[in-house]
Design a binder for this molecule. Structure first.
Ligand code: 5AD
Ligand code: SF4
Length: 437
């Protein structure tokens, strides 16, 4: 979601005639795209905004923009206003439509500024009434060929008790199905080979539209009918909303990958209740069983958090137990980070050293499983969509299997965007290596 939003920022700026430059010091405009999901992300954003001050001193014409979900939190836009006086424009995730006009205003007001005039600055983190109408159709500079990101639903209504997202990204708003289909068709016509549908909770797609027959399953069905050879992925699915209908569409479709990211967060039913996740471990496991019964080779990844305030040693063991049972191909693991304004931040917190030990144990377990699962690929032939040249190896490229596993094999820049059959000959923990056949 963040990467795609940066692509939109780039699209707007390129449309205005700007181009990407190699370093901060030569930039006319610097846009910080911020995230506040965890404290580390927020600290990093503020640190980087602090560092730009010295560049701005050398180049006083530089325009500095802070964008994204961080300034939408109560008090943060005001804090930036006070502590970072060199920041010109602050916009929330739903205010990108005014970026172009605000840049023009800053330039114009600087040019016409008289001695005692106050510097022009823009702070807008409001949720506009007509958000979809204002944002659909803004330019995009895509940066992840052969993949193209496509938003299907914005915002979140779920209010998991640890999560800041519903407070900073607003309520769920689905895009019109025809607008989405047109965007997918356009990407395919332009040569993109993988479409990743984006939403905080893709399974809620259509709920707010109240149109008969419009939901995530029907959207997937329509996308699958679009002509051309391309893959479809989506993220993120919420276990409380993943329907059997969606799983059936995935299983019977030609283009939707046998791959799902299904965040469990915790393996303890008690912690899941305290997190307001609205499913328990049995329900979650029944989803895994259903997915695997309909798609035996599906790649399943997840998000897991340790150190939620009510997580006891026993609860953590429940998480470890689920990880052993499900055997994820990969897991994104996080230490719970209290977010101001969320219910869990007000609870009594767990000491950091306990959280640290738990995440260490969890990562170790997942690494062992990933390594074991990698071995199952040995000797097999898989269709791989080539994404890039391999960063660490000469004359090698990397790409993904339909199940989402990264494979490195012999190839050149010209292979990027091609589907290639690859025989897996070697595995190293999470990485698979092979040869073109
Ligand atoms: N602390 C740690 N991790 C969090 N996530 C969301 N909120 C928090 C938080 N306060 C994680 C969840 C989510 C992923 C995108 O980030 O696991 O699925
Ligand atoms: Fe956050 Fe929960 Fe919404 Fe995901 S579903 S964005 S974790 S509130």
């Amino acid at each position: 979601m963040n990467v795609h939003e940066s692509e939109k920022v780039a699209g707007i700026l390129e449309n205005m005639g700007y181009e990407c430059c190699p370093d901060d010091s030569s930039a006319d405009i610097v846009v910080f795209n911020t995230c506040c999901i965890r404290d580390t992300a927020e600290k990093r954003a503020l640190g980087n905004i602090g560092v730009i001050k010295s560049e701005k001193r050398k180049n006083p014409d530089m325009i500095i923009v802070v964008f994204g979900c961080m300034p939408v939190q109560p008090g943060v836009a005001d804090m930036i206003k006070e502590r970072y006086p060199y920041v010109d424009i602050v916009l929330g995730t739903r205010n990108l439509n005014i970026l172009e006009d605000e840049i023009k205003k800053v330039i114009e007001k600087r040019a016409t500024k008289r001695k005692n005039d106050k510097k022009y600055r823009c702070f807008n983190v409001e949720d506009p009434e007509e958000f979809i109408a204002l944002s659909d159709g803004l330019a995009v500079t895509r940066t992840s060929y052969p993949n193209a990101w496509v938003n299907i639903i914005y915002g979140c209504n779920n209010f998991c008790s640890y999560c800041i997202v519903p407070y900073v990204r607003g309520r769920e708003i689905s895009r019109d199905m025809n607008v989405i289909l047109d965007e997918v068709k356009k990407c395919v016509a332009e040569g993109y080979k993988e479409i990743t549908l984006l939403g905080q909770n893709v399974n809620s797609y259509g709920n707010d539209l109240h149109i008969d027959g419009v939901n995530f399953a029907s959207l997937l069905r329509e996308i699958d009918k679009i002509e051309g050879k391309f893959r479809v992925r989506f993220m993120t699915s919420h276990p409380k909303d993943l329907s059997e209908e969606v799983v059936e569409v995935m299983a019977s479709s030609k283009k939707i990958c046998s791959n799902i990211h299904l965040p469990i967060q915790s393996g303890s039913s008690k912690v899941l209740r305290d997190m307001n996740r609205r499913y328990d471990r049995d329900h979650y496991y029944s989803l895994i069983a259903m997915l695997r019964s309909k798609m035996p080779n599906i790649g399943i990844t997840t998000d897991i958090m340790v150190g939620f305030p009510t997580e006891t040693e026993e609860d953590f063991e429940d998480t470890m137990d689920m990880v052993r049972k499900v055997r994820y191909s990969n897991a994104f693991t996080f230490i719970y980070s209290p977010r101001k304004g969320t219910p869990a931040a007000k609870m009594e917190q767990i000491p950091y050293d306990i959280k640290k030990r738990r995440i260490g144990e969890l990562i170790k377990l997942q690494n062992t499983i990933t390594k074991e699962l990698s071995k199952e690929y040995l000797g097999g032939v898989y269709e791989v969509l080539v994404e890039d040249i391999a960063p660490k190896y000469e004359n090698m490229v990397c790409g993904r299997t339909e199940s989402g596993r990264l494979v490195t094999f012999d190839g050149t820049k010209e292979d990027i965007g091609k589907f290639v059959n690859v025989k897996i000959t070697e595995t190293r923990s999470a990485s698979l290596f092979g040869h073109k056949i």
